[in-house]
Design a protein around this ligand. Sequence first.
Ligand code: FAD
Length: 447
Amino acid sequence: MGPLRVAVVGAGWAGLSAAARLCQAGHSVTLFEAARTLGGRARGVQWKQDSGRALALDNGQHILLGAYRETLALMALCGLEESDVLLRQPVRLEAADGFALVAWRLPAPWHLLMALLCARRLGLGARWDMLRLILGARSNGWRIPSDLPVGQWLKELGQCREITEKVWAPLCVAALNTPVELASAQVFLNVLRDSLGADRRASDLLLPKASLDALLPGPCGTFITRHGGQVRLAARVTQLLVGATEITLETAQGAPEVFAAAVLAVPAHQVPTLIGAPEAKGLGPLVAQCAELRWQPITTVYLDFGPALRLKAPMLALSESIELGHFGQWVFDKGQLGGPAGLLAVVISAQGPHQDLAQDALARAVAEQLRLQLGVSQTASATRVISEKRATFACLPGLSRPEQRTAAARLVLAGDHTESPYPATLETAIASGRTAADLVTKALAVL
Ligand SMILES: Cc1cc2nc3c(=O)[nH]c(=O)nc-3n(C[C@H](O)[C@H](O)[C@H](O)COP(=O)(O)OP(=O)(O)OC[C@H]3O[C@@H](n4cnc5c(N)ncnc54)[C@H](O)[C@@H]3O)c2cc1C
């Protein structure tokens, strides 16, 4: 018997990971992607300015952590050298007002203890609260008895306002993409355990210095085709029918195709529309679970200030104030990250009143915030706002996420929304892809 045909639906980072690992396991893989490009929610986009200047951007600024082991392993498998595409630096929270908390290049936990000792513009009470929270969480095995919103949990722990505003809230919103008053304290703790609480290299920040395309989707697509897989772009799957001995895929164009198994790696809200007759195959509960997830947006505002502008670091925290109309949370100097000099990317994670503004009004508000907080006095020659309304699922307390294994052994789910101790991240997506490939391989061995 030759290699078995396996379909992967969706070429985001989860689908790419699944397809690469399935090729590695010797299956005959076809990867279907509805869009004209690979990468899904972490993809490259083109920006043609009115002046004619054309820039390659990402649909949103992404950062990785040293703890992203599956992501780094897949990049290595695809032939990428970490130092060519990522800038590794110790975790650093650095704001325009002089506040700085920078991990030291020392073994854990000294990297953090020294960071606290040497932090700038952080009161003694705030330092003590941070230490208290980390030591307490560690001694409780990073578990809380019953999940609750991060904001409530911090209050119950008596964390002061300063440490909440300068450290916990920005970290929570950046990692979980959910406001502190809504976000899951247990998932936040899981992130802290595997980043700040783990060894120093795990807590490192990895800032992309190549476009997202070059960071994984491009090289991974090449890996898949080199290993006998097919990558079909602009190939939207319209229905997936689970049979007793096969899975049939219908696409917008062409005749239905039959596969031995399939990995469904589309965002959760699209799962219910794709699975045909779910109740008959026992897939009803899974479909309902996917439909129940709620979403949070991420907005990235790009401002092109021209080559004279260089910030004091590639990534800085901004001071968010809804009352003052300062919506930006982080700013990235793309010129220091392999991009055009003077191009800034300002990130606004999670829901908020910025969503009510028209794009040009939001870009003006962000430019004013940069002027007031960082002294950026130049006028941007062009701006572009990219809002991903469904950037990630809302990471709420006690959330029940769909399992990857489904009631039909031939059908496996992948994606950042599938069951995991972590929030929706590139790492969750890639790890889910590898698990999906393993599950398919095991299922096909016994079916
Ligand atoms: C602006 C932004 C910033 C982010 N920042 C970070 C960050 O800093 N760090 C981090 O770790 N994570 C970050 N994330 C989260 C990260 O991007 C996602 O967790 C990850 O990309 C999800 O990958 P996925 O493969 O699970 O899903 P997706 O990327 O959504 O992939 C699903 C794919 O399926 C395709 N598809 C859908 N329907 C069909 C169909 N019917 N037929 C064929 N194909 C179909 C879609 O076109 C898409 O390509 C960010 C996300 C956004 C949007």
